[in-house]
Design a protein around this ligand. Structure first.
Ligand code: CDT
Length: 307
């Protein structure tokens, strides 16, 4: 029996500050319907897919930002997306800012099965940017002010006939993200992102944003024998240009589909989960070839230590 999952990467164009959740959910539903037309089992939306990327602004009183966060999922405004997906028998993965009842703030993705049941919630582990206002920047990247890092780490869940994991944006730059999931037998990793083209601490990296994006996801896929679905919110949002180039990467590391706009655009691919074993059963047979006894520094040490 084949284990084909047809996946849609539902790239979004910008969401401006004054766009309402209702308007955004209508865009998500349009993309979901395109996914249905393309035969998708699963549609993946970007990081913080319901709002503009608000960490680009700093405000002294964080409670003034509460309106950017979701306190429930689904909520009355997101319920139509859940209803449409269930009607079309499509699962989806959605990124949003989460405010818990006890006041914790996370950058979160939820995975929903084709019957509408929630499979899992993942909270971002690697939080980039800065904690404090940096007024000399052309725009802020204050994710470390707005979000706590997850202490739950990277899970892998049985869903869509395979083993699926999630990560969010900056997580994709860290090989540990993929490996922790690889060690749980992951076959498909879902990753939403918002990546400003202009990297303020080192603008020489600006021109390399697209290269680095594909570099990390292609190598993460190959080295762990997993499909990787990378989905952008791209385009010029509140004056900040962000990378598109959403892609579906095979366990071989090859890009099998890639967005060519920076707007709302659905790309899709038939992903054979059995293809993963061609890598995890040979070159990357972890049980046979890994050497954890010499990898101790990976978990015992955080920064560089020079003896
Ligand atoms: N959203 C997110 O994680 N973006 C980061 C930008 C890094 S620069 C602060 C990324 O890794 O794409």
């Amino acid at each position: 029996m084949s284990r084909i999952v047809t996946v849609g990467a539902a790239q979004m164009g910008p969401i401006q500050k004054d766009h309402t959740r209702k308007e955004v959910v209508e865009r998500l539903i349009t993309l979901l319907r395109q996914g249905h037309q393309a035969g998708c089992d699963l549609v993946v939306f970007p990081e913080l897919a319901l709002t503009t990327f608000f960490p680009r602004w700093f405000i002294d009183d964080i409670t003034q930002a509460d309106h950017w966060y979701e306190t429930e999922m689904p909520s009355p405004v997101t319920q139509p997306l859940f209803d449409e997906a269930k009607k079309l028998k499509i699962g989806f993965c959605l990124g949003y800012a989460e405010l818990t009842t006890d006041g914790h703030r996370f950058n979160t993705q939820v995975l929903v099965e084709r019957d509408g049941s929630i499979v899992a919630k993942y909270r971002k582990v690697h939080i980039p940017g800065h904690e404090h206002n940096e007024p000399d920047r052309p725009f802020q990247h204050a994710e470390r002010y707005y979000f706590e890092p997850s202490m739950e780490g990277f899970g892998v869940w049985k869903a869509f006939g395979g083993r699926l994991g999630m990560m969010i944006c900056n997580d994709r730059r860290w090989p540990e993200s993929y490996r922790v999931m690889g060690l749980q037998g992951v076959e498909m990793i879902l990753c939403g992102y918002n990546t400003p083209i202009h990297y303020v601490p080192d603008p020489s990296q600006d021109i390399l944003q697209g290269f680095h994006n594909s570099l990390v996801m292609q190598s993460g896929a190959y080295q762990n024998g997993s499909w990787v679905i990378g989905v952008a919110k791209g385009g010029v949002e509140e004056g900040v240009d962000s990378l598109g180039q959403s892609m579906i990467v095979a366990p071989s590391g090859q890009i099998v589909a890639q967005a060519f706009t920076t707007g709302d655009e659905l790309i899709s691919a038939r992903c054979d989960l059995d293809w993963c074993a061609k890598y995890t059963g040979t070159l990357f047979d972890f049980e046979r070839y890994r050497r954890p006894e010499v990898y101790g520094r990976i978990t015992s040490q955080r920064g560089v230590v020079i003896d």
